[in-house]
Design a protein around this ligand. Structure first.
Ligand code: GLN
Length: 463
């Protein structure tokens, strides 16, 4: 049914760059046979899943939506894909995204944008717009995304789906095409909070192939959705008031200026609902958040410029020789990168090399790292006064195509509420919080690092 729906809708939505019909059916038939034999199976066995195209799948094209990797088939699976295969979820295909996960709208994909199933003239968010559109359009119940500055949560918010960025290190990054390694994290895109918990539990676990993978990854996520884990100080057991004793932080810098009135209204309704369920709200301030977007847009491109150095026209994918002059490593590299990378990727590589250059390092990169430390400190102080923080996920609902493409700064502002979690390494989830102008609004819940179970428990109570 999923494959048929993809066939019917993908020409309009462009959520998938590649569909593996035969591969998916083979896994599904195997699960049917195993079930008939009474074999014990993972709870998600047989449930179709889509994988963002910056996650390596052995023998299946993995392009990160870039011309430079067009046609490249990885010789190995990402660790998360190994886990998905072991649990026997059929992988139906690879989803569209902004090139190398740089963007907030999928308009930077080299293979055309994905469209928002709620309104085909609007963006589905980014960079993981394909995964969110696929889940939002009921093409598939589960998808994988990657979140460096919001690329799971913001697309989930604007497509009415659920998306989680786990605690940094909870899910292995081995086989994720690196964008900014100190910020990147793989996570689930689903229709419900409990589905996200099921999928994150499957994906997490220590991985010796990823040196930043935690030795003890957060667990009890599904149990938390049933109120059986992820408890907080003073949690009660009244089923009518599942959030009794919970202190919810409202950060001044995360819901005022720059947020659309309709988004704020939906957000306030969600907070009111949390109060009805027993939560108490605490007003907080994180002054460093005024600088977090600027810090992110220095740290991220710095890491991008280094990570993308590997696309040299020799190791993977595209190779372009210069039209005239000698064919040397240098000229092939230059011609390949000029032809293979899109404008946004080039913008970030140039910015990244600039901020890392000898004369600028301290003024830009060093200063950004200091802001990152302040963001971590502000969040630590905030979490000494509350259990979770809530905010709108994105300052606006899905915007029309083209409205921000010529203004990178306007595009970057989409990430204002999602970036602090990446800078601090804490988990964040976005879940549907009603509509504004007939379009979905997302509620973001943040918890301290490793407290993913607490975050899921709160999210499930209001889902
Ligand atoms: N929109 C952000 C950016 O363009 C987030 C990207 C991401 O999380 N991959 O950098």
């Amino acid at each position: 049914a999923c494959l048929d729906r993809i066939e019917a809708l993908n020409p309009k939505v462009n959520a998938f760059l590649y569909v593996d019909r035969e591969g998916a059916l083979e896994v599904a038939r195997g699960v049917d046979a195993a079930r008939a034999e009474g074999q014990e199976l993972h709870p998600l066995a047989g449930i179709p899943i889509a994988v963002k195209d910056n996650i390596c799948t052995r023998g299946i094209p993995t392009t990160a939506a870039s011309k430079i990797l067009e046609g490249w088939r990885p010789p190995y699976d990402a660790s998360v894909v190994v886990k998905i295969k072991e649990a026997r979820l059929p992988i139906v295909g690879k989803t569209n995204m902004d090139e190398f996960a740089m963007g907030s709208s999928t308009e930077h994909s080299a293979f055309g944008p994905s469209r928002n199933p709620w309104d085909l003239d609007r963006i589905p968010g980014g960079s993981g717009g394909g995964s969110a559109a696929a889940v939002g359009a009921f093409m598939v119940p589960l998808a994988l995304g990657s979140d460096t500055g919001g690329s799971i949560r913001q697309p989930a918010a604007v497509t009415g789906t659920v998306g989680t960025k786990p605690t940094y290190g909870a899910v292995s990054r081995f086989g994720l095409i690196a964008m900014a390694s100190s910020l990147d994290q793989i996570g689930p895109v689903t229709r419900t909070v409990e589905d996200a918990a099921l999928l994150q539990e499957l994906l997490s676990g220590h991985d010796p192939h990823d040196s930043t993978s935690l030795p003890d990854t957060p667990s009890g996520l599904v149990a938390a959705c049933h109120g059986e884990a992820g408890s907080w100080d003073g949690a009660g057991s009244d089923p009518e008031r599942p959030l009794a004793g919970l202190k919810v932080g409202l950060v001044e810098e995360m819901h005022g200026e720059g947020y659309a009135p309709g988004v704020l209204e939906a957000f306030e309704n969600a907070v009111a609902r949390m109060r009805e369920l027993g939560a108490e709200t605490v007003e907080l301030s994180c002054p460093s958040f005024h600088y977090s977007l600027a810090a992110y847009y220095l740290i991220m491109p710095a890491e991008v410029s280094s990570n993308l150095a590997r696309f040299d026209g020799m190791r993977y994918g595209l190779r372009v020789e210069p039209e005239e002059g000698p064919v040397t490593a240098e000229t092939v590299m230059r011609a390949t990168r000029a032809a293979g990378f899109g404008e946004e990727v080039k913008r970030r590589i140039i910015l990244g090399t600039h901020v890392l250059s000898a004369g600028n390092f301290d003024a830009f990169y060093g200063a950004a790292l200091r802001v990152r430390a302040l963001v971590q400190r502000d969040l630590e102080q905030a979490f000494s006064r509350c259990h979770v923080i809530v905010s709108p996920t994105s300052p606006t609902v899905a915007f029309p195509f083209g409205s921000k493409t010529n203004d990178p700064l306007a595009m970057y502002l989409n990430d204002i509420a999602t970036i602090p979690a990446n800078l601090a390494g804490i988990p964040g989830i976005s879940l549907p919080a009603g509509l504004s102008e007939g379009l979905p609004v997302g509620l973001q819940i943040l918890s301290p690092a490793r407290a993913d179970a607490l975050m899921y428990r709160v999210a499930a109570a209001i889902d």
